[in-house]
Design a protein around this ligand. Structure first.
Ligand SMILES: Nc1ncnc2c1ncn2[C@@H]1O[C@H](COP(=O)(O)OP(=O)(O)OP(=O)(O)O)[C@@H](O)[C@H]1O
Ligand SMILES: O=P(O)(O)OC[C@H]1O[C@H](OP(=O)(O)OP(=O)(O)O)[C@H](O)[C@@H]1O
Ligand SMILES: O=C(O)c1cccnc1
Length: 479
């Protein structure tokens, strides 16, 4: 990954310089990254970008050119010299890439000097927010496609090269089978696929000539775009002519792509024509401004489509263009102990959870399904042989007693005192992990419209701490 040391907001530098100036830059602090709302009103969020966050931190170093630039912004030698020696030496815990997470839960927990922790805020949010958004959007689209292949076709419509590249990675994590993006294919070992554009068909004098020329060059992977002129009158009949010619030569065609018109009607007509011509295995791929709603609707209409090429609406997450992940201070170290910190808000949902925390997922033993998540203080222990009572953090009378459960801690070591602990995985393994994660959720959290809210509760000890701090603030105006 390229040098991204300057990929931060200016105020991080001014704060870092201020910490140095006040000689508190080496004080340890704890920050949590979390989000408050699932994208697209989904029932969960798939976390992606952890490996790029790691690469960013591993490569975090200021070049002399960077330092000259920072100095030109008005910083003094003391700050520049501190940056010259910068190397991340903190501890980061976070969820495994591809984890399914819910609003309010720590996704990434940074314990580092305030100098270091402050610098990395912006890049962590930039990297993880975007990829998690696209992975979640992809998962919605793949859910609507009900197991059919979904091809990521969005590079030309992505918000710039990085969004195209990392968006393709996230889309595959979320469930897409492949991408048209060649660079993403190379960088992340993603299968690359493609058909042809209307320009190919238009280049030749006739559609039939264009199909023949394509089939000649790619006899064993011949997928033909049939909608340039008239899908039913010319596209499909011409494709069938060429498929018969291929068969004579000993090749089986791959299928057709339809990119406009009424995809339900056209796919049904095309299927019938292909079947009647003796090509029941020829696939029908659809593209054209698809998203989860259109795919769902097409399925209901009985469209006969085997694969879905999805571009703009996926790579830009058009109906929900940002995930609002935040990075909030949770504790500061004083005299070798961590002092919890809280951010108060008029909106109770925006009051942060104080302290050095962990998050555990509670699974029902017999079904293996996730029952609830519990945010707890790091030193708390669940006595696994006893029933566990959890309660809603706002409507505290809503309680649930869970017996026969398993518990899993979701935050795992990523860096320990600057040393990398996380083992990177292949994109296929990450995609499989997402599937495993999703399979632990009951169906009510998986539906695309109005899913049930998954329970994310606070331990009694954390809830008490939060209340005490809020009350203390109300009484004294100070924390
Ligand atoms: N049967 C269908 N039910 C619901 N939506 C459909 C159906 N068929 C196509 N669509 C969607 O309708 C939209 C049609 O787009 P648009 O009106 O731009 O025309 P088009 O068919 O793509 O034509 P062209 O590319 O020639 O302009 C696309 O978003 C497509 O996915
Ligand atoms: O519609 P999207 O979900 O964004 O999917 C990608 C679109 O990009 C291509 O169209 P484009 O008009 O760019 O070129 P082409 O049809 O000539 O290939 C393709 O045919 C799809 O329609
Ligand atoms: O290969 C394709 O069919 C393709 C690639 C990118 C965008 N639209 C279609």
């Amino acid at each position: 990954m390229k040098n991204l040391a300057l990929l931060t907001d200016f105020y991080q530098l001014t704060m870092m310089n201020g910490y140095l100036n006040n000689n508190i830059h080496k004080d340890t602090v704890v920050f949590d990254m979390f989000f408050r709302k699932n994208p697209c009103d989904n029932g969960f969020t798939i976390i992606a970008g952890i490996e790029q966050m790691i690469e960013y931190i591993e490569n975090l170093k200021f070049t002399e050119e960077d330092l000259d630039y920072i100095q030109s912004l008005g910083f003094d030698d003391l700050f520049i010299n501190e940056l010259r020696n910068f190397k991340f030496s903190g501890t980061i815990y976070g969820v495994k890439e591809g984890s399914v997470m819910f609003p309010g839960e720590p996704i990434i927990r940074v314990k580092a000097t305030c100098f270091e922790a402050q610098l990395i805020e912006t890049a962590i949010l930039n990297i993880v927010n975007f990829q998690s958004l696209i992975a979640t959007k992809a998962s919605r689209i793949c859910t609507a496609a009900k197991g059919d292949s979904v091809f990521e076709f969005g590079l030309r419509r992505a918000q710039g090269p990085d969004a195209g590249i990392y968006g393709a990675r996230a889309a595959v994590i979320g469930g897409c089978s492949s991408t048209s993006n060649v660079l993403a294919g190379k960088m992340f070992d993603i299968p690359v696929v493609g058909t042809q554009a209307h320009s190919w068909i238009q280049t030749f004098d006739t559609e039939l000539e264009a199909f023949r020329a394509y089939a000649k060059t790619y006899p064993d992977k011949c997928m033909l775009l049939v909608d340039t002129y008239d899908t039913i009158q010319s596209g499909v009949p011409n494709a069938i002519t060429v498929f018969n010619e291929l068969r004579q030569l000993g090749y089986e065609p791959r299928g057709i792509r339809i990119d406009s018109g009424d995809l339900a009607y056209l796919s049904k007509r095309a299927r019938k024509m292909l079947d009647e011509a003796g090509f029941p295995n020829a696939l029908i791929v659809a593209s054209s401004d698809l998203d989860e709603d259109t795919i769902h609707s097409l399925k209901i209409q009985g469209a006969v489509i085997n694969g879905w090429g999805v571009g703009t609406n996926l790579i830009t997450s058009k109906d929900c263009p940002a995930l609002g992940g935040v990075y909030k201070l949770a504790a500061v170290e004083k005299n070798n102990g961590l002092i919890p910190k809280i951010k108060i808000s008029e909106n109770p949902e925006k009051i942060t959870n104080p302290g050095y925390k962990k998050v555990v997922r509670i699974y029902e033993k017999c079904s293996g399904k996730a029952q609830a998540d519990l945010i707890m203080l790091e030193d708390e222990i669940i006595e696994r042989n006893k029933p566990l009572t959890i309660f809603h953090p706002v409507y505290t009378w809503k309680k649930k007693v869970i017996a026969n459960y398993e518990v899993r801690e979701l935050l795992i070591p990523i860096f320990e005192e600057g040393i990398l602990k996380y083992k990177k995985q292949s994109i296929q393994d990450i995609q499989n992990y997402v599937k495993e994660e999703i399979s632990t959720l009951w169906p009510e959290y998986l539906r695309l419209k109005k899913p049930e809210f998954y329970k994310v509760d606070l331990s009694k000890k954390l809830w008490d701490l939060k209340q005490t701090m809020v009350n203390q603030y109300k009484e004294s105006g100070e924390i």
